[in-house]
Design a binder for this molecule. Structure first.
Ligand SMILES: C=CC1=C(C)c2cc3[nH]c(cc4nc(cc5[nH]c(cc1n2)c(C)c5CCC(=O)O)C(CCC(=O)O)=C4C)c(C)c3C=C
Ligand SMILES: [Fe+2]
Ligand SMILES: [Fe+2]
Length: 348
C-alpha cells in the first residue's frame, strides 16, 4: 500500500554531552547562515575560532547536568516519543519519520527512507510553534536542498507555524494549571530569543518591525510572519485560557548569544525587575519549545532560578513542555490530517 510521508524535524542536540560532540553540534548549528546571518568569512572566524572552542566545554557541563543515564538528551527523547505516538495515531496509511536539523538522526536519512518507500507525498512539520528563519526556515531550506537532487519529487508541503494551534495552547494551559497559577506572584512566558536584525529582515514593508511602537505586541496582516508577534499571540492565548489578568503576566526572550541586540525584554532582566518588586514565586512557561531541553530544564530552572534567588526571590517553577501529552499528539494528528488551519486566529 502506498503511504503518505510525514517528516517531523526538531532542532537537534549533541550526540553525547562530551565536549567533542557538543563542539561538533555547535559547529554545525552556528555555521548555518540562517542562524548566524553575517558574511561567511566573519561567521567562520567567529564560530570556528571563538564560539565553538570556548563555548563547547561550558555547554558540555550544562548538557551533562540534563543528560539522563538511560534516555540521553531530553530533546531527543521526547521527540522520539512524539514520533512513535504520532505514528501509532495515524496508522499504516502514513509513514512518519523523525529528524533533527543538526546532528542525528539526519534529515537526509529520513528523506531517503521515504524515497525508498515511494511515499506519495511528504508533509514536513518543523517542530517550532513560531516561525523564525533560524529554526523553521532553516529546516525547510535543508529539505529543499536535499530533495532538489531527486529525479522524482513527490508532492511536498510545509507548515509555516502553529503558534495559535488550539490543542497546543490547551496543552500548555493544562500543564500550567497543575501548578495552580493563582498561587504564584507572577507568570512569565519566556520564548527563545533572536537577534533583532532577524526580525527586521522578516518585515517585508521595512517600516514596521522595531520601527512602530509596540510593533509586535499584537498580530496583524503586516507582522503575521514575525517571530515576536507570533510569540505574543501564543502567550496571549495561553493567558486567556488561564484567565490571567494582563498585569499578572509578562512576555520575555531568553538565551541571547553574543553582543548584538536581541528581541527584548530579556528574561534575565525581567526576572531581576520582578525580584526588585518583591515578587517571590514565579511560574514560567516556555512556549517556543515543544519538548523539554537545555533551554527549559537548565536555563530556566537553574540559571534564572539562581538569579532570582540571589536577588531575594524564592522559587522559579518551570511548566513542562508539550512532551508526550496526548492533546499535543492530537494537535499533530490534526495538523497532518488538515483538520485545522495552523494559522487560524489572525485578528482583523
Ligand atoms: C525555538 C526555536 C529556536 C530558535 C529560533 C533558536 C535560535 C537560535 N539559537 C541560537 C543559539 C543556541 N541555541 C541553543 C540551544 C537550543 N536552541 C533551541 C531552539 C531555538 N534556537 C533549542 C531547542 C535548543 C536546545 C537544544 C538541546 O540540545 O537541548 C544553543 C546550545 C546550547 C548552548 O550552548 O547554550 C545555542 C548556542 C542562536 C544563535 C539562534 C538564532 C539566531
Ligand atoms: Fe537556540
Ligand atoms: Fe515584528
Amino acid at each position: 500500500m502506498s503511504k503518505k510521508g510525514v517528516l517531523l524535524v526538531n532542532l537537534g542536540t549533541p550526540d553525547s554531552p562530551e565536549t567533542r560532540d557538543v563542539r561538533k553540534y555547535l559547529d554545525e548549528f552556528l555555521m548555518d547562515p540562517r542562524v548566524i546571518d553575517i558574511n561567511p568569512v566573519s561567521r567562520a572566524l567567529l564560530v570556528k575560532g571563538i564560539i565553538a572552542p570556548f563555548r563547547s566545554p561550558k555547554s558540555a557541563k550544562l548538557y551533562k547536568a540534563i543528560w539522563h543515564d538511560k534516555t540521553g538528551s531530553p530533546l531527543l527523547y521526547y521527540s522520539q516519543l512524539q514520533h512513535q505516538l504520532l505514528q501509532e495515531r495515524l496508522g499504516g496509511e502514513y509513514m512518519v519519520e523523525l529528524a533533527m536539523r543538526y546532528q542525528t538522526p539526519s534529515i537526509e536519512a529520513a528523506l531517503n527512507r521515504m524515497k525508498a518507500a515511494l511515499v506519495d507525498s511528504i508533509q514536513v512539520i518543523a517542530l517550532f510553534p513560531q516561525y523564525a528563519s533560524a529554526s523553521t526556515g532553516s529546516v525547510y531550506d535543508k529539505v529543499m536542498e536535499l530533495v532538489r537532487k531527486w529525479q522524482t519529487i513527490p508532492s511536498i508541503s510545509f507548515v509555516n507555524s502553529f503558534h495559535d494551534n488550539e490543542l497546543m495552547i490547551e496543552t500548555f494551559a493544562n500543564n500550567g494549571k497543575k501548578y495552580k497559577p493563582e498561587t504564584y506572584d507572577h507568570i512569565l512566558f519566556s520564548f527563545h530569543g533572536l537577534p533583532q536584525r532577524q526580525l527586521i529582515k522578516c518585515d517585508h514593508t521595512g517600516k514596521y518591525c522595531l520601527k512602530v511602537d509596540n510593533c509586535c505586541n499584537t498580530l496583524n496582516d503586516t507582522n503575521k510572519f514575525c517571530y515576536s508577534a507570533q510569540s505574543y499571540d501564543t502567550a496571549r492565548l495561553i493567558a486567556e485560557k488561564l484567565n490571567l489578568p494582563k498585569e499578572k503576566y509578562s512576555i520575555c526572550f531568553q538565551s541571547r548569544l553574543g553582543k548584538d541586540p536581541w528581541v527584548q525584554p530579556y528574561t534575565s532582566e525581567v526576572v531581576a525587575k520582578l525580584a526588585a518588586e518583591g515578587k517571590k514565586r514565579l511560574l514560567v512557561f516556555c512556549p517556543a519549545f515543544v519538548a523539554d531541553c537545555l533551554e527549559t530544564v537548565y536555563e530556566v530552572t537553574v540559571e534564572y532560578g539562581d538569579e532570582f534567588k540571589a536577588l531575594g526571590g524564592e522559587h522559579v517553577q518551570l511548566v513542562e513542555s508539550l512532551n508526550d501529552s496526548p492533546t499535543w499528539i492530537d494537535a499533530l494528528e490534526q495538523m497532518v490530517r488538515g483538520v485545522k488551519s495552523p494559522v487560524g486566529s489572525l485578528k482583523a
